[in-house]
Design a protein around this ligand. Structure first.
Ligand code: ADP
Ligand code: MG
Length: 699
């Protein structure tokens, strides 16, 4: 057996467990060993039985005097009761509903038990402790070979019904056997300079740490490694980009003026500034690498259109990529409208829509890449709300041999500074910092349950006034199918958190649709939208909503990005605690796009303090950047909305708050590349990096 052995071939892992592991994406031994605990239970305090204190975590070691099952009278619950003794005294132990324990633990066995002592009706007992048989016991406490008790015990994210106990049981022998095969890929001098644990020590300590300090050092080592690899990828790509050439697009001032004159509005100052930066970049014979970041509704599309116009009029082509079909179609319409006076051929390419022949601007989804479209004269790629877009991908899109297209990447997802530095390296940034004039502030409110009726009446009034309403629900159906996530866009990913939450209270689109259309607003036109619907169906609904043929649209998070329906003025969000702040802000950005006063109503059943803290932040701040930072602060980066989108590994994500680690890993990456740009001296690192890039899809 080795690190690449498939889990099916590991003894003691039956078909049921194989399935569960696969659901977590664990296919081989390596993946299993790199499945890390998210916290530790401290049972390292081994005390004599006579010294146990009520409600304090501890371990005891002793002999089982007797053990038996009894049945409680009221409930049909089985209690396993035991008496355990050491040389200081004896204690009663009770386990609930684990009758099989009497087959595992027998009178006369020596055990280590870990947990807390409870006091009930004057009686003390050890309540459902973790247990572990001792192989050696001579009345002296032992910590040898313990994995469930008597030490810092790893607790794994309990997803898909995999218990931590089972994982420890499987992991330990594997680690002992295969630890030596895990090779160090961090160059020795980096490892020493930055005081990182060697990998073999780290992998052991991350699972079975000897102290909190070592557990932390181990986690840090792995986080460093991920960030180091990320930085290496980003920096190497930058190196590569420096060598590439691009087509210089002369700035046509007359054309720019004509375009500005054709608009029904005047650009904001930061739109002008961003456009200028982009047009100046395009003039250079070196590929532009620019991120246009602006809050929802800040008007990024116009800026992109202006750049595209310049490129086309210089005789070259533009590719415009959107994350979903709905958005691709919307962009297609918008760009057509914006450039209608300029005699430009614009095409649309999505999963089911193909444009024949030569076009100046081709707008599409990922199909642009998948269909292996080759542009003859591609000079600019615009990507909306995507993750990264590598040099490789850019090169593949065009036929010209010696040039790669300029890249303009747009996002409304505000990226905290630490993150953008690490993910994009030194990508140039254009910021749109203000919204177009005349927009009214969106009134945001948390609606308590008793005011729900009032909110519905408010909806009715908005509709009577000719406005439209969004209702967002966290789920599609109210059944127990965990595969549905709150994020339709990322539907294949089950967040670790969501899997343990009871779904009972979570509002579901289908139920809500039923309720609203049958009971609450039988007289209004209600529509439904979710990620499981067929594309045409979604299109149809969106079109009807845009045309005003639907009054109230009940939807999942599919409407999150970019949908532009200016007549919608009310955004109602059910189960608001289920969404990240940045995401809620995105939803809110769907309204307030016209001269009408807009509203955002938040509903939540969660009494948690954090929830209210977060929702309050949303009420007081309209600034997406600020909210992203706050979200990072309150919820921690693990939950940071968009982390998946950027393909950042969880463990690196969790460390992004640690500026020190981020800077060090970046610095280390620079040092190595300066010394050896091709990593010729570091074949292991090079291989690791390739594997890393595949895993996080940087290209
Ligand atoms: P986003 O940055 O979220 O992609 P859009 O480009 O979709 O924003 O623009 C949102 C709306 O604002 C569109 O209807 C657009 O026509 C309008 N808009 C853009 N710039 C301005 C401006 N300077 N003044 C007024 N309206 C504008
Ligand atoms: Mg947009």
């Amino acid at each position: 057996m080795n690190l690449s052995t498939p889990i099916e071939e590991i003894p003691r892992i039956g078909p049921q467990y194989q399935k569960k592991l696969k659901k977590l994406g664990i296919k081989r031994v390596r993946g299993l060993l790199f499945h890390f605990p998210h916290r530790y239970e401290d049972f390292s305090n081994i005390v004599p039985i006579s010294k146990i204190k009520i409600n304090e975590s501890c371990s005891i070691q002793g002999k089982i005097l007797e053990i038996k099952n009894t049945r409680t009278w009221k409930k049909r619950m089985i209690l396993t009761q035991a008496i355990v003794e050491d040389n200081s005294g004896a204690i009663k132990v009770i386990w609930f509903n684990q009758p099989y324990l009497i087959n595992v633990l027998k009178g006369g066995d020596f055990v280590c038990l870990a947990g807390k002592m409870a006091l009930r009706q004057g009686e003390t007992y050890l309540s459902s402790p973790a247990y572990e048989k001792l192989t050696t016991y001579n009345l002296q406490p032992t910590t040898n070979n313990l994995i469930h008790t008597g030490r810092l015990v790893p607790v794994y994210p309990e997803t898909e019904g995999l218990s931590s106990r089972w994982l420890r049981f499987i992991l330990k022998p594997l680690l002992i056997k295969l630890k030596k095969e895990i090779l160090e890929s961090i160059p020795e001098k980096i490892r020493i300079k930055y005081q990182l644990l060697p990998i073999q020590k780290a992998i052991w300590q991350v699972h079975f740490p000897d102290s909190r300090k070592l557990a932390k050092a181990a986690k840090e080592r792995f986080a460093f490694e991920e960030l180091f690899n990320l930085s290496l990828s980003v920096l190497r790509e930058r190196q590569r980009l420096r060598k590439e050439r691009a087509i210089a697009i002369p700035l046509d001032l007359g054309l720019v003026k004509d375009f500005l004159k054709s608009l029904p509005f005047e650009l904001t100052e930061s739109q002008k500034k961003s456009a200028w930066q982009i047009l100046k970049d395009l003039e250079k014979p070196r590929p532009m690498n620019r991120l246009l970041e602006g809050d929802v509704g800040s008007g990024k599309t116009v800026v992109a259109a202006m750049a595209a116009l310049n490129v086309v009029k210089a005789g070259y082509q533009v590719a415009f990529m959107a994350p979903t079909e709905i958005l691709a179609k919307q962009h297609f319409k918008t760009i057509n409208e914006l450039l209608k006076k300029f005699d430009i051929k614009i095409g649309l390419l999505t999963g089911d829509e193909k444009t024949e022949g030569e076009v100046d601007i081709l707008i599409g989804t990922h199909a642009l890449i998948q269909d292996q479209v080759k542009f003859r004269k591609l000079a600019l790629v615009i990507v909306d709300e995507q993750h990264r877009f590598g040099v490789e991908q850019r090169a593949k899109l065009c036929q010209q041999k010696n040039f790669i297209p300029h890249l303009l990447s747009m996002t409304a997802t505000p990226i905290p500074r630490t993150l953008s530095l690490t993910i994009y390296g030194d990508l140039d940034l254009s910021l749109i910092t203000e919204l177009p004039k005349g927009r009214k502030k969106i009134i945001t409110k948390v609606i308590p349950p008793e005011k729900r009726e009032g909110a519905y009446q408010f909806i009715r009034k908005q509709v009577k006034d000719g406005r439209q309403v969004f209702v967002i629900c966290p789920r599609i159906e109210s059944t127990n199918d965990k595969r549905q996530t709150t994020n339709d866009n990322k539907s294949s990913v089950v967040s670790r958190k969501s899997a343990v939450i009871s779904w009972a209270e979570v509002k579901a689109v289908k139920d809500e649709y039923q309720k609203l259309s049958k009971e609450v607003f039988p007289d209004l036109k209600i529509g439904m939208l979710h990620g499981r619907m067929k594309t045409e169906e979604k299109e149809k609904i969106m079109r009807k909503f845009k045309q005003g043929k639907i009054d109230v649209l009940v939807s999942t998070s599919v409407v999150e990005v970019g949908i532009d329906v200016p007549n919608a003025t009310l955004m109602m969000i059910e189960g608001a605690e289920r969404f990240g702040l940045a995401q809620l802000h995105q939803f809110r950005g769907r309204v307030g796009r016209s001269k009408y006063q807009s509203f955002c109503f938040l509903f939540t059943d969660s009494p948690a303090k954090k929830t209210h803290q977060r929702l309050k932040a949303l009420i007081t701040s309209e600034n997406g950047f600020e909210l992203a930072e706050k979200d990072l602060e309150i919820r921690g980066p693990g939950d940071f909305s968009g982390s998946r989108q950027w393909g950042i590994p969880d463990i690196a994500m969790a460390s992004l708050k640690d500026m020190f680690l981020v800077q060090n890993s970046r610095q280390a990456a620079k040092e190595i590349l300066e010394e050896d740009p091709e990593l010729k001296k570091y074949p292991l690192l090079k291989a690791k990096l390739e594997e890393f890039q595949q895993r996080v899809h940087l290209e």
